[in-house]
Structure formats: structure tokens, C-alpha cells
Design a protein around this ligand. Structure first.
Ligand code: FRU
Length: 481
């Protein structure tokens, strides 16, 4: 690459020069302790997630020069335990005519000693364009790593923007590949010319030549104008299709965010290669900050999912005065149980637990229990709950009431525009909270629901208080890397 592409070398050098002069900032109260965040600048979707020879790779949408976003590269982290990550710098750069307005999202497909990457090369032409029906190219690009994911080479367009069917708009992106028997299947998210979202399917025998096979799912009534980041896999003998649709109308307590991410469980008709949902579209996370999830199967056969702990075009904010914005969620282990996708925090995070406190609690009106610590895990198992409020550092509250059967996550000023989100729950039996310096993930009833949010609490506050009427056991740990 270096001999033929001076632009690539120049861009890489500019980045590395910036990184050598970047000062470590230990004054940032919101820098995350145990979540992946960008070294500097902006991060969005997880890309190319995989595990090869024991090493986990997490690539990500990265705009290193601007915390408010900009031209997209792929950044790269590696890890051997999924908890401690090493920054490996830039993995893919927008250095070719077919990706010069961004190396957009994509995935990794491991085959033998090789890792095959597929991503979207975004190009915007100058001129009077709406960039929906004209002016945009979204090329599907293939690249390969022969050294276990450390360098990615041989970038090559396998489908240019003229190759897509004519009923589609210019928005068609985020390839994800899966092999079934001897065939490779690629899903892409798309918007058609009637502004309806769908997932389209391509097939190949060799990862290089791809033929259009038709719609895999959609368009569907009421399901929005664009579907981003599709992911499809089989898990516990069920077929799962994950997608991030845009343009869904709010529906009671559901679809409260500007864009959604969720899943269908269904059947795949492998002859016609179509997906037949057996479930409704179910949101993966009921908090404020979750989008564009991507899963991979690890070397022990677990299905692991990361998501962007953020949202595009959200009306709420994140402070960016320390030069970075956004992070990844914790990696979550997925299973299908009783036709639902269950998400549990990856068990490797248990190695961060310190200072264990275990309390058998019997709280009645007027009484309370409290714990101290900003970077912590709180695990509550309830025998009975009539009422519960967990108040975090005075400004974030998680509450449940048996009369309304509502679990409510509410943020005050620390939400920077985030208000409240609710889930209707017949019974609350368990809560597991992961508190980082500026994020909270709440796993409800052993992974049946999750609520994720960023939060910007007063650094001087560090108490978590539990009040209400309840009986159960509460564990508390400080988490330390
Ligand atoms: C989702 C998304 C993808 C796109 C990428 C660009 O957040 O819009 O559809 O490939 O981000 O950064």
C-alpha cells in the first residue's frame, strides 16, 4: 500500500503525529473507567468485531479530529480478555476514490487464517443533491487481513453503487456476512425510493463475486424509512435478525428515542432466502443511549454484542470539553430464551469486582441503605418489592412501583436533556447496575431488559441510596481495572 498510495501514508502520519503529542488528560471526571471510548475525537458504531487466535478485535467508526464527528475512519482496539483493551491506531482510512467521504460501518468474517472485512465506502459528489436519491455512492468494499487483524489490506470494491437494484435510493450500507453450508450471505441495510427501510440480500460462492438475491426482510408497514446495520445469526436453534430502523413512530413506552435498535426472531426460508418474523420488532435497550449494535460469535461459541452507547441526531447532549465523545456499551452475551433475546453482561467483567459488600435487606418506609462509589456494580435480588427507588449520586433515579408496574429511569440535570424512560414489568425480581464515571447500564430480571444511559453527575457526589419497601439481597462491588 505504502508504495502506491502516498495519501494513505500522509493521513496515517498526520494521525500518529497528533497521537504522540496528545497529552494524557487526568482532569476529566467523565472519562470512562471500564468502557471502550475513543482515544480522542468521536466514536460511533462497533465494526468488524471478532475473535481470532484468542485475540478480540473491536474496530469502530472513528473521527479522530473532531469530538462532534467528521470524516469516518476505522479505529482499532484489541483485547485478550474483553475487559482490558489496547489501542491499535487506525485500521482503515478514507484514502481511495470509492471511500473518500468515509470508511463507513462493516463487519469481519473469519475464514481459516484470513479475516475478510466488508464495509461501506461513502462518497458524496459536489453539486445540488439531496444525497438520498442523488449525489451519493455507497460502495461495498472487501479487504483482507493475513496477520490476524493487525493490518488490513487489498481493499477492493465488490459492489459499486451502480450495481444495486434501481428501486433503492443511494442509501444502502453496513454489510454483514455469514456462511451457511458452502454459501456466503451478505445483508445490507437500505432505503428504497419510496423511503421505506429494508434489508437486502446478496450471495456469493467465493466472497468476491456477489449477486443480488432480493429483499431479505421489508419493507414493512410502519417500520420506518431506513434500516441501518443489519445483523443475522442463528442462536439456540432460532434465527435472529437485528436492525437499526429510522423513522418509527413512538408507541406507548416503546420507540421513545429518535432512532431504534431491535430484533426479530423468525424463520429463514433458505430456498428463497427470506426472513419470516415470528415476533414483533423488539427494542434491544430501553434507555437513552444505544444504537447500531453488532454481534460476533467468540471462539467458545458465545454470541457477544457491542453497541454504540450513543445515538445520531439525539436531542440530548454529551459534554465534549475534554475532546472526545461517545463510547461502547459493555459487551453483552446473547441467548434466546422463550422467544426473547436475553442480554447479560459479559462474565469477564466479574474480574473487576473489589470490596464486596453483601447485605440482606428488609427496607420499610422511612429506612434506607446506602453504598459509596462512582465506578461500581450493584446487584439486587428481590424476594418482595412493593416500592423501590435507587437514587444514584443525587440526580439519577431508578424506581419501581407495584401499583403502576412501571420501572422508571429518570435523570435530572445530569442527563443533559435526557428525561425519563419506562418499562412495564409485572414483576421485578432482579436488577444489575453497572456504574461508570459517565454511564449507567441497568440489566433487569436477569437480562430480559436493559436500560443504558450516559449521565454527567457532580463529581463530588458518590452515594447510591436504596429506599422503598422491599426485601432481598444486595451485593455491591467497586470495579477496578
Ligand atoms: C449508523 C451509521 C451507519 C453508517 C455509519 C457511519 O450509526 O449511520 O449506517 O455506516 O453510522 O458512521
Amino acid at each position: 500500500m505504502s508504495k502506491v498510495n502516498p495519501l494513505h501514508d500522509e493521513m496515517k502520519k498526520r494521525y500518529e503525529d497528533m497521537m504522540t503529542s496528545l497529552q494524557h488528560d487526568d482532569t476529566d471526571p467523565y472519562a470512562l473507567a471500564f468502557h471502550v471510548m475513543p482515544p480522542t475525537g468521536w466514536l460511533n458504531d462497533p465494526n468488524g468485531a471478532c475473535q481470532v487466535d484468542g485475540v478480540y478485535h473491536l474496530y469502530y467508526q472513528y473521527s479522530p479530529y473532531d469530538a462532534l464527528g467528521g470524516l469516518k475512519y476505522w479505529g482499532h482496539y484489541t483485547s485478550t480478555d474483553l475487559v482490558h483493551f489496547k489501542d491499535e491506531g487506525l485500521a482503515l482510512l478514507p484514502d481511495q476514490p470509492y471511500d473518500l467521504h468515509g470508511v463507513y460501518s462493516g463487519s469481519a468474517f473469519v475464514e481459516g487464517e484470513e479475516i475478510h472485512y466488508f464495509y461501506t465506502g461513502n462518497v458524496k459528489h459536489l453539486g445540488e443533491h439531496d444525497y438520498i436519491t442523488s449525489g451519493r455512492e455507497q460502495n461495498t468494499v472487501h479487504a483482507v487481513s493475513y496477520d490476524g487483524g493487525m493490518t488490513i489490506e487489498k481493499k477492493r470494491v465488490v459492489m459499486d453503487s451502480n450495481a444495486y437494484p434501481s428501486f433503492l435510493s443511494n442509501h444502502i450500507r453496513d454489510p454483514k456476512v455469514r456462511k451457511v453450508d458452502d454459501q456466503y450471505f451478505m445483508v445490507l441495510g437500505a432505503r428504497d425510493l419510496k423511503s421505506q427501510g429494508l434489508v437486502v440480500m446478496y450471495r456469493s460462492d467465493n466472497l468476491t463475486d456477489w449477486t443480488y438475491h432480493g429483499s431479505f426482510l421489508g419493507p414493512l408497514e410502519g417500520m420506518g424509512y431506513m434500516w441501518e446495520c443489519p445483523d443475522f445469526f442463528s442462536l439456540n436453534d432460532q434465527e435472529v435478525l437485528i436492525l437499526s430502523p429510522q423513522g418509527l413512530a413512538e408507541d406507548g413506552l416503546q420507540y421513545q428515542n429518535v432512532y431504534q435498535s431491535g430484533y426479530y426472531i423468525g424463520d429463514v426460508d433458505w430456498e428463497n432466502v427470506t426472513f419470516d418474523p415470528k415476533s414483533d420488532f423488539i427494542e434491544l435497550d430501553r434507555g437513552f443511549d444505544f444504537y447500531a449494535p453488532q454481534t460476533f460469535e467468540d471462539e467458545s461459541g458465545r454470541r457477544v454484542m457491542w453497541a454504540w452507547m450513543g445515538l445520531p441526531d439525539a436531542e440530548y447532549q454529551n459534554p465534549v470539553d475534554h475532546g472526545w465523545q461517545h463510547a461502547m456499551t459493555l459487551p453483552r452475551v446473547l441467548t434466546v430464551e422463550n422467544q426473547n433475546l436475553i442480554q447479560r453482561p459479559h462474565p469477564n467483567y466479574q474480574q473487576l469486582r473489589q470490596n464486596e459488600e453483601q447485605r440482606v435487606v428488609n427496607i420499610t418506609e422511612g429506612a434506607y441503605e446506602y453504598f459509596t462509589g462512582k465506578v461500581a456494580e450493584l446487584h439486587c435480588t428481590f424476594d418482595t418489592v412493593t416500592q423501590l427507588e435507587i437514587s444514584i449520586r443525587k440526580d439519577v433515579s431508578l424506581s419501581y412501583d407495584t401499583t403502576t408496574q412501571l420501572l422508571t429511569l429518570a435523570l435530572g440535570a445530569s442527563g443533559h436533556g435526557r428525561g425519563q424512560r419506562q418499562i412495564k414489568l409485572e414483576k421485578l425480581s432482579e436488577l444489575q447496575l453497572f456504574l461508570d464515571r459517565s454511564s449507567l447500564e441497568v440489566f433487569v430480571n436477569d437480562g430480559a431488559y436493559v436500560m443504558t444511559t450516559r449521565m454527567y453527575l457532580e463529581p463530588t457526589e458518590d452515594k447510591v441510596e436504596v429506599t422503598g419497601e422491599l426485601q432481598g439481597i444486595i451485593y455491591h462491588w467497586l470495579l477496578d481495572k
